[in-house]
Design a protein around this ligand. Structure first.
Ligand SMILES: O=c1[nH]cc([C@@H]2O[C@H](COP(=O)(O)OP(=O)(O)OP(=O)(O)O)[C@@H](O)[C@H]2O)c(=O)[nH]1
Length: 621
């Protein structure tokens, strides 16, 4: 049901939300709006000093975000949207404009400025109506802003840092999310709460009413409240039997009379249709259909990686579809379709001259980039995709599905599945190397580890994390402990450099062989592979090898205790089910495991992305 009937005016139009903000998406879809999401690429770098007021800055940014999307969609030969909505939320305090923090220190600066004070939150909104004539894009912009004042309690340093480490501030204006943990910092709110969250829904509906039902001259003679959303019977009066054209209504005197001239039967049918639509048409299931299409998008991304499309385009760009097709040895028509989808997903740029990589593709999808995830993509395409086709069996049986994919029994997960041939082992190691390189710096710097002089990275694979630990702590000696086959290949992943002397590889099986001695043991994305029994076995071996005061650095994606949030973590749970013998665990579960094995003083830091790091200290037994 659409509460605000004017939202229904947009149901027949192609509406695009030019925003990556999940909050805006949620607010608008809860209001029954059907829309596509195309995040804007407009860089939020307007000169703040050139605006007389902060809200003008927010409105202009919102407008530029929406116009960038409208222009890009029009140019890309996608169908020009009818309406593009852009928004920008800022916080102002003491004459300063605060946007999203760039790092934890920035979040700290913002939140300490807000502590104990009142500040304003402005959201600027732009509604851009688009039309296309002779391939030219025409736009009409309607913009507005909303202000809400929020007062914070005095925040202690401890609370402030705990909040920052939760990771919540990073993608939020002013460094807090009033709708979640940040709500605990707030003493009072004056004005529209949703405006603080990122989208002033009430004002938006009023703006639509103004756009689609501008007051008639006779209304203007009567005392009419223009800032209200009309009551439902007012809307009945205003109902538009055409169900909405692509333009907002340009009400002219007499437009009602024209409707009155419609034949009685026709009017009755149209009214009945209008009532039926309003009463029975449920909100369009945009999100559901996007979820359904998710696997097709993944497969398109994986296929483009497998065909090395991004490698060819990194070498030479722009290139037309037939040229790429001949290089990747594929049909021209199929390649063009794949390239267009990649462009629509924001992985490629499409211009008259041809296709080029976006920055994301150059950074992460080309196989020779420093932070390439190409190996991880291939592992997903060749192994994980197949395992997920048996998800139903995994759910029914409660175990991994390698036996179905491989057609034989798997006794030893790594030897029989991942390392069953030199090719599968290399692909697995390349995948792990890509992910580890991307996250190693955050893991190495999550805590101050300078008190340790030796570390053992258990199952450390190619040594990507060891390298970052060595870089961060020049007096640390790191042993990478992994299976003999892994150690043999790992040298190929180790670049020469000053850290090489700090890193050593030791071959062994951590379930069977003695562990190398160290002051700090690292288990990074290891325990989630194993059953509770094996986790106990491993932790007791680590505990036995530790002297009092030794550390254990555990890195995993932690589930929340109720297993409701952290979509990434919950998907990892399914991933672990189809792929491994283990499972994702919550912070509480890990804390219990650690304490049971004599590791106390557990500290937790949430890292960017989905990982969490826990540091615990071995106490005397
Ligand atoms: O209490 C809350 N305050 C603010 C937010 C979220 O903060 C961001 C504001 O950033 P911006 O307006 O630049 O929007 P982006 O997220 O970068 O997305 P665009 O693609 O639209 O630029 C916004 O997401 C708010 O929702 C919050 O969640 N709580």
């Amino acid at each position: 049901m659409v509460l605000c009937p004017v939202i229904g005016k947009l149901l027949h139009k192609r509406v695009v939300l030019a925003s990556a903000s999940p909050r805006r998406q949620e607010i608008l879809s809860n209001a029954g709006l059907r829309f596509e999401v195309v995040p804007s690429r407009f860089k939020e770098k307007l000169d703040k000093a050139s605006f007389a007021t902060p809200y003008e800055y927010a409105m202009e940014t919102a407008k530029q975000k929406a116009l960038e999307v409208a222009t890009r969609m029009h140019q890309k030969d996608l169908r020009t949207p009818d309406v593009v909505i852009g928004a920008d939320t800022i916080v102002t305090v003491g004459g300063l404009i605060l946007e999203k923090p760039v790092d934890k220190q920035d979040a700290y600066r913002m939140l300490s400025r807000l502590s104990g004070k009142e500040h304003s939150v402005f959201t600027g909104v732009a509604i851009v109506h688009c039309s296309s004539n002779d391939r030219q894009l025409h736009t009409r912009v309607s913009e507005f802003y909303e202000e809400t004042t929020v007062k914070f309690s005095e925040l202690s340093e401890e609370l402030l840092w705990e909040y920052i480490h939760s990771g919540e501030p990073m993608d939020k204006a002013g460094g807090y999310g009033i709708q979640a943990l940040g709500g605990m910092l707030v003493e009072s709110v004056h004005g529209d709460f949703l405006n603080v969250v990122g989208f002033p829904l009430n004002h938006f509906c009023k703006q639509l009413v103004e756009l689609y039902y501008p007051p008639r001259p006779e209304d203007l003679r009567q005392p009419v409240q223009h800032d209200c959303i009309p009551a439902v019977d007012t809307f009945e009066d205003l109902s538009d039997v055409e169900g909405g054209g692509s333009e907002p209504a340009q009400r002219e005197t007499g437009s009602r009379d024209e409707k009155a001239e419609v034949g009685a039967a026709g009017q009755a049918t149209a009214e009945a249709e209008c009532h039926r639509t309003r009463a029975t048409l449920p909100p369009f299931p945009t999100r559901l259909l996007e979820l359904l299409d998710g696997f097709k998008l993944s497969k398109a991304l994986l296929t483009a990686c497998k065909l090395k499309v991004f490698d060819w385009l990194k070498r030479e760009a722009p290139q037309k579809a037939p040229d790429i097709a001949s290089k990747v040895d594929a049909s021209a028509c199929g390649t063009e379709k794949l390239l267009d989808v990649c462009a629509a997903m924001g992985l490629l740029e499409k211009t008259e001259q041809g296709y080029s990589n976006t920055e994301t593709a150059n950074l992460y999808l080309a196989s020779d980039s420093e932070y390439s995830l190409h190996g991880f993509m291939l592992q997903n395409d060749d192994v994980i995709w197949n395992l997920f086709t048996y998800l139903e069996f995994a759910i029914r049986e409660g175990r991994n599905q390698h036996h179905r994919v491989l057609g034989k029994k798997v006794e030893d997960l790594f030897q029989d599945a991942y390392y069953r041939s030199p090719e599968t082992q290399l692909r697995f190691m390349q995948a792990m190397h890509g992910v580890a390189k991307l996250t190693a710096r955050q893991v190495a710097t999550a805590f101050d580890l300078s008190r340790f002089s030796s570390a053992c990275d258990m199952g450390g694979c190619t040594g990507a994390l060891a390298r970052e630990l060595a870089r961060e702590y020049p007096r640390l000696q790191v042993t990478v402990f992994d299976l003999p086959d892994v150690v043999e290949l790992a040298v190929h992943f180790q670049p020469a450099g000053p850290q090489a002397a700090q890193i050593h590889f030791a071959a062994g099986d951590f379930f069977r062989d003695p562990l190398p001695s160290a002051e700090l043991y690292v288990l990074c994305r290891i325990l989630h592979n194993w059953s509770d029994d094996k986790v106990h076995k491993l932790l007791s071996k680590v505990a036995e090898s530790c002297k009092p005061g030794a550390g254990l650095l555990l890195v995993e994606t932690l589930l929340d205790e109720e297993k409701r949030e952290a979509q990434g973590g919950l998907i990892q749970s399914l991933n672990m089910l189809v792929q491994t013998e283990g499972r994702q665990r919550s912070r509480g579960e890990y804390q219990c495991l650690l304490e049971l094995h004599g590791f106390h003083q557990v500290q937790v830091v949430h890292l960017e992305g989905v990982l969490d790091a826990m540091l615990a200290t071995r106490v005397a037994p």
